[in-house]
Structure formats: C-alpha cells, structure tokens
Design a protein around this ligand. Sequence first.
Ligand code: NI
Length: 369
Amino acid sequence: MREDLLELFYWFHRHPELSYEEFGTTEKIREVLNGMGVGLLPVGLETGLVAEVRGALPGPVQALRCDIDALPIAEQSGLSYASETPGKMHACGHDFHITAGLGAIGLLLENRERLCGSVRVFFQPAEESSLGALKVLEKEEAMAGVERIWGFHADPTNPVGTFGIREGSVTAAVDRFVITVTGRGCHGAHPDDGVDPIPAAAAMVQAFQTIVTRNINPFHPALISVTRLEAGNTWNVIPQTAQLEGTVRTMEKADRELFERRVREIAERTAAAYGAAASVEWIPGPPAVCNDRGMAEFAEKKAKEQGFLVVPEEQSLGGDDFSFYMEKVPGCYVKVGTGVGPTIHQPDFKVDPRAIEVGSRYLAGVLLG
Ligand code: NI
C-alpha cells in the first residue's frame, strides 16, 4: 500500500471531528488535494469540500460522496493511532471514506488520459446528523451537470476484498417524532382532580407497535422505536404533560406516508380517549437509499473484474443522507468490506487499513468505467 495514504488514514483517525465542526479535517483534505494539483470547486462550504478531476476524454459528470465526520464516542480500540480527542472517535469509518476517496482521486489523475468526462468528489460534512448532504445540495454548482452519483460505506461484517452490492432499497427513510401529551396536573392522591397524561402516553407506546403488525404490509421492513419517555419530576404530583420521542424507519414511500398518518391518529385519538390532548411534531430525515439497477449491475461487474468477491448487500433500517442526492440523480451505494469485527458506532470499531488500497482501486475502476 502507498505509505502516504496509510499515514493520512492514521492522521484522520487520530483527529476526529463531529458533524459541522470538521474544520481541521477540511483543511487537511484541502492541503492534500492542493499537493496533488486537484481543482476545488469554489462552492463555499463551511466544512467539507468539492474536488473535481477532469478527464482527457469527453463524457458525463459523475460524483462520488465521501463523508468526513466522526462520533461522540470514547474510543476503546487499543490502536496505536487511536483518537487524540477525548470523547470523539471515527467509529463509523468516515476516516476510511476520506482516505479511499483521496486514493481514488490519485488513481484517476494517473489515468486521466482514459477518464471520460469528469469526477466530482464530495467530501461531505455531517453525515451523522443525517442532514449534511443538504449542505452540499444547497450549493447548486456542486450538483450542476452531475448525471450519477456513487457512495460507499465501510462494512465490518465482511473481510477486505468483499463488496456488498444490491439493487433497490438498502437503507431506510429516517423520520423522527416528538409528541407532547397535555393533561391537567394535580395531587398524586387526588387523580380525579386532574387528567393524568402518563397512562395516555403509555397506551400510545403500546398502540404504536400495531402500526407495524396491523397496518404495514408484513413483507415490508419497517419499525417504530419510542426512545424517550419523560413526565413528572416528583413522587406525589401528577404532571401536566408527558413527552415521547422516537424514530420511524421505512423502506417504501407509501409506508412512510402511512406511518406518519397513523402516528398522528393514534397519538391524538388515544390522548382524547384519556381526556388529554396530544400534539405531534414530525421531523422528516433522509429518504431510503435505493440503488439504481443499472449502476448496481455495473458496480458488481467491476468488482468481479478486479477479482473481488461480491455478496448481496445487507438491507438495514439504518439511514444515510446519501439518499438526498438520489432524489436528484440515479445513484448506487456499496458496502466495502473492512475486516470482520465490532460493528459501526461501537467504541472498539476498527477498519483494517488494507481496505484503503482495495477501496481506492475499486472506486477508481468504477469511475473510469
Ligand atoms: Ni457512516
């Protein structure tokens, strides 16, 4: 492997930065790209960059997305190049994404005479916020003329040299809800003087699960998780309000719409049945990542040509804001085996550095066509 890429990977791993705070990361990427003589689009992102490699031959504009942010996790990997920032860690492999992206750019430069069209590489901020892609999409020049987009993710369920590829849905639409149930506070010993919001909230938690089991087609992956339930602040007072927060994950557009409608109906009508009221705040996140069929077939062919193993990409009800780009142009999101080990977002997550060369070579091969 090229030593400079390995050193860069160690540097990015040692210096994790959270969503929207990737200033040092951006500067480092800028320095490397300047050193390579790669043009940057003057899109004016606060963090993140858009690089462009122009081929010698006419052809389309393709894009490659590499996300760059880290997570608020205290690293416990035991690596010699572990995070030097307490409480922050590249636990989702985005340091690998940056490095493989830079490696691919290097290979595209070496093969510029046979590159058709140009390749724009989005070093995208804040993927973990699930809305960072919108920062890039806000800058119209970034997507101008782009015909298709490629994305990839580190995959700790497969060894280096194995690629997970699938046409159709691979990650879920990510929605968030916050529900406030309002009753009437009173003495804990005199519930008849008020309206207790807690039984209403508890009934909702139970009833929401029937959306998956009774409303959604049983063959469609979907879930709802209530992840926060708060009410009251002492033992002998019935509180005025209760609050529920959580997430809904769906793969199909129609299921997504159905889910929002049913959450609102169940919340409002259950509250009413208990004499309380409910207000529902629905916060939509990215839609499902749905791979273009032709691109997925091409991605698979290129992996096999390079002698790699291709396995069906695991579907996940996790999300990726890569899907926002796919609302504009066809795209394909592949999983790059980074060595079997602890899963992403765990404090002992690791990327096998051998995946950098494999990923760079593969991505450059796909982009060269
Ligand atoms: Ni990630």
